[in-house]
Design a protein around this ligand. Structure first.
Ligand code: SF4
Ligand code: SF4
Length: 503
């Protein structure tokens, strides 16, 4: 009997005539695909197609090919479904995966186009003319109270009802990714880039390593149900605090960091035992009602000198009502995470089949908050597979104030979307704690690439604003009249609040 019915997904081909026999591929592969005996020998079954060996092979003699194993056609049982049955028959377990939903669901952003302004006042050169991308994250007052300052001028009356807001130089921030799920060098790269760009990175639910304390004013510190790393000092280090209720890539499922990733430093930062699995259950077990949420929001504000407090939720059915409750409970922002978002580890069945698209969630939440007259009371951060500046512009036109990028920022650091993050063997040194792999990311190099990416997208946002004939990103927010749908059904258009192209 064969030990496994599953054939390798990828085939590693080496052109031995070109191969230098240097062994570089053996060193580069995090999954131990290669053995070496005078020349490299691959074990195809272990390859995840991360392309690290291909990228670093000095002889360019390696090819990774999809194994086109001929399985009889069956429109009902795809090869993937068949392989999954074999896998589970062999293991008896839940199948884990990383890095987001890869199923071909309709991507609504790809069916929305932005309007242009050709006969009125488009800018001549949006990169030279003032195009304001500055955004303020946080609660805005219903009205501003002023009184005379006694010198013929005015001053805010009793603070004028103005809350602490965070100034962002561009409406793009980095998504929550915990220390533990990603390496410390990744966190350092994100923090350094956030400081240079005048934006924010987010600790995720893993605490803040002491090396990152100097970057606190550019960090959102997250408080999840596991309360990893949460202390008064942690709360006071951050620029804002985020209560994590849900996560788009796995709604209803809490965080799970396998014990192998919890080394000494991760354990110190998270304040949990070394080597034991870290589970942060969902939903947030401090919160069973809006009153509980309100209490937690105000406890965190009290503990931190009234810093902005946001709440992160997954995009699911009824998200408009949930967001309304969050805003009424006193949150300064709502973080909406759509079901295409990435993750370090999720059961594949949840990742691929639970949740709703981000685009729908933004439109529904923005409209609900407007209908209730409370849209000014909180900002909306949209995340969950923002893939380009065009996605960012469309998310903002649908109603978001700010977008957050996670997968794209890991890609800037080398990620090739091999979806092996949950194994802790990432060859690119990103979602691993193995020192021989984590040192592959130099924080200075990483910060430069992340800064370049966000700067490039910001320039493109300016170009888009110019084409639309507006000169501030604030003017685009919730401006659905500037969007048109191509190939979306009438009901989806109505929910999005977007007209079909041609109207
Ligand atoms: S897993 Fe990555 S590094 Fe290893 S053989 Fe496959 S492509 Fe190369
Ligand atoms: S972070 Fe690493 S393991 Fe995860 S998808 Fe990217 S390359 Fe693969």
């Amino acid at each position: 009997m064969p030990t496994s019915l599953i054939q390798p997904e990828f085939l590693v081909e080496i052109d031995y005539d070109k191969c230098h026999k240097c062994g570089r591929c053996v060193q580069q592969c995090g999954w131990g695909v290669y053995s070496f005996n005078e020349r490299p020998f691959p074990d195809d079954s272990k390859c995840r197609a991360c392309h690290r060996c291909v990228t670093y092979c000095p002889a360019h003699c390696i090819k990774i090919k999809k194994n086109d194993l001929a399985l009889r056609d069956n429109a009902n049982w795809s090869p993937e479904l068949r392989k999954n049955v074999w896998r589970q028959a062999e293991s008896g377990g839940v199948m884990l995966t990383g890095m987001g939903n890869d199923k071909p669901y309709l991507k609504i952003f790809d069916h929305l186009v932005l309007d242009a302004c050709q006969v009125t006042n488009p800018s001549i050169d949006p990169l030279r003319e003032p195009m304001e991308l500055r955004t303020y994250l946080g609660r805005k007052p219903d009205s501003v109270g002023v009184e005379s300052n006694g010198k013929g001028g005015y001053k805010l009356k009793d603070g004028g009802g103005v809350s602490n807001n965070i100034k962002l130089d561009t409406p793009i921030i980095f998504s929550p990714m915990s220390y533990g799920s990603v390496s410390l060098n990744v966190h350092k790269s994100l923090a350094m880039a956030a400081e240079r760009l005048g934006i924010l990175m987010n600790t995720g639910e893993g605490g803040l390593h002491a090396d990152l304390y100097p970057y606190g004013k550019n960090v959102i510190v997250q408080v999840a149900s596991g309360r990893f790393g949460v202390s008064p000092e942690y709360l006071n280090r951050g620029a804002a605090i985020e209560i994590k209720v849900g996560q788009g890539a796995k709604p209803g499922i809490g965080g799970h960091l396998p014990g192998e990733k919890i080394n000494k430093e991760v354990s110190t930062t998270r304040m949990i035992p070394q080597g034991s699995d870290a589970i942060s259950p969902a939903p947030h077990h401090d919160i069973y009602s809006i009153e509980d949420l309100r209490q937690l929001i105000y406890s965190l504000k009290e503990a931190s000198g009234y810093k902005p407090v946001g709440v992160k939720i997954a995009a699911v059915h009824n998200v408009g009502a949930i967001a309304s409750g969050i805003v009424r409970a006193g949150a300064d922002y709502v973080y909406l995470d759509g079901f295409s978002g990435g993750t370090g580890a999720a059961p594949a069945i949840i990742r691929d089949h639970v949740g709703i698209p981000l685009e729908i969630a933004i439109a529904v939440v923005d409209q609900r908050l407007r209908d209730e007259g409370i849209r000014n009371q909180a900002s909306i951060i949209a995340a969950g597979s923002i893939r380009s500046s065009a996605d960012a512009a469309k998310a903002i036109a649908l109603g978001a104030d700010v977008v957050a990028i996670g997968s794209a920022s890991l890609m800037a650091l080398g990620c090739h979307l091999c979806q092996g993050c949950h194994t802790g063997c990432c060859s690119w040194g990103l979602t691993t704690q193995k020192p021989e792999l984590t040192r592959r990311v130099d924080p200075e190099w990483g910060a430069e690439r992340l800064t370049n990416l966000v700067n490039a997208w910001s320039h493109e946002l300016q170009e888009i604003l110019g084409a639309l004939g507006v000169n501030a990103v604030e003017s685009l927010r919730g401006s659905r009249e500037r969007l048109r749908a191509v190939g979306l059904d009438q009901q989806t258009c109505e929910i999005l609040g977007v007209k079909p192209a041609g109207l």
